[in-house]
Ligand binder design. Structure first.
Ligand SMILES: *Cc1c(COP(=O)(O)O)cnc(C)c1O
Ligand code: SF4
Length: 344
């Protein structure tokens, strides 16, 4: 399969995704942040400013750094006991197995950490696995990056075997964009590598237009192998910040056996302000989805608190305590109801 990716600004121009006239102004963007889009994503683009193109094609707005935007917006570095590993919550760790991705999303929360520097050196991986092995409180290991599935099937298999050998690790979770952006990489060998421990794959996808037939087939291969499937999306201004777009995405994911898990408020990464909605806008979208689509396909809208304090749901209050066991409850249409919580 010819799957050569589009790398850098010059190739974006060759592909007609950036006009020659606008290229010079984008050179500083290329110096600051890597540019890459897979052939599979190129094939999903209809027009140069559509919701797929805008996620990967550089824009001059990326040069605007707004107040509060940070190099490490979610504080990965604040809870890192050994290189490549973040241990923020007692029962789970994230392991950055590589810094490389198949695509470089213009809104990436780790945009200053990702790049083609390759995978975590073996010595650091050994230290990270040793840390997991001696900490029985760790029940779940989350592989992230970069994109962990850029590693070869053979290396993934090796890693799965080593994780399966740690008795207290119940679940391996893999955070990846590859089933959607490079579905041809979900090969039978890779699927086989995921048959050892209990594996959940959390697919990053933001718009139904990204998910073509090849991606549907790749997700089908994972589901067929007994891999649990969840999704995470980033709420992006002008891309998926409408009820209709989110509804179409979540309905499509459910049909593909993928349970929408998180909708992330766009993190404060540098040069991403043009993609960010307000929290109030995000909450209004979530409220509009409630009642309109099945509860099973509604993800949790979350904020990763800057500074490394973890994720919190940004739920709008449906229940407000009035004191004395009385609650003010708001239904999905906005109707207000009193509820008395029986005393115990
Ligand atoms: C997001 C994240 C997790 C996973 O959180 P869940 O709410 O379990 O999905 C774990 N560790 C770190 C450091 C994270 O940023
Ligand atoms: S795939 Fe994930 S880690 Fe890689 S650039 Fe996109 S958002 Fe960032």
């Amino acid at each position: 399969m010819a799957v050569r990716a589009i790398n850098g600004l010059a190739e974006m121009v060759e592909e007609g995704l950036v006009t020659p006239a606008s290229a010079p102004a984008l050179r500083p963007v290329e110096e600051a942040f890597r540019i890459r889009m897979t052939r599979a994503m190129r094939d999903r683009v209809d027009t140069a400013d559509d919701p797929v193109a805008r996620q990967f094609v550089p824009a001059v707005e990326e040069l605007t750094i707004r107040d509060g935007e940070l190099g490490d917006p979610i504080g990965d570095e604040t809870h890192s006991p050994v290189k490549g590993l973040t241990h923020r919550y007692p029962d789970r760790v994230i392991l950055h197995v590589t810094k490389t991705c198949e695509v470089y999303c213009r809104f990436c929360f780790r945009r200053e950490a990702v790049g083609d520097e390759g995978s975590l050196p073996e010595a650091d991986l050994v230290a990270a696995l040793d840390y997991i092995a001696v900490n029985p409180a760790i029940r779940e290991v989350i592989l992230t990056g970069g994109d962990p599935l850029v590693l070869s099937a053979r290396r993934i298999k090796g890693l799965m075997d080593r994780l399966a050998a740690i008795a207290h690790v119940d679940v391996v979770r893999i955070h990846t964009r590859i089933p959607v952006v490079a579905p041809e990489k979900i090969t039978p060998e890779l699927v086989d590598a995921l048959r050892g421990p209990v594996v959940w794959v959390v697919v990053h996808t933001n718009h139904a237009q990204e998910i073509g037939e090849a991606a549907e087939a790749a997700l089908g291969r994972l589901a067929g192998a007994g891999v649990g499937l969840l999704s995470q999306s980033v709420l992006l201004r002008g891309i998926n910040d409408s009820v209709a777009v989110l509804e179409e995405l979540f309905r499509k994911l459910m049909r593909l056996r993928v349970k929408p898990y998180y909708l992330h408020h766009c993190d404060l990464a540098k040069g991403t302000g043009h993609f960010r909605t307000t929290i109030a806008e995000g909450q209004a979208l979530m409220a509009a989805l409630r009642g309109r689509v099945s509860g099973a396909m509604i993800p949790t809208y979350v904020l990763d608190i800057p500074g490394g304090y973890g994720k919190v749901p940004l739920v709008r209050d449906y229940a407000e305590p009035l004191g004395g066991g009385l609650w003010r409850i708001t239904d999905w249409r906005g109707g207000v109801h009193g509820y008395r919580d029986p005393e115990r």
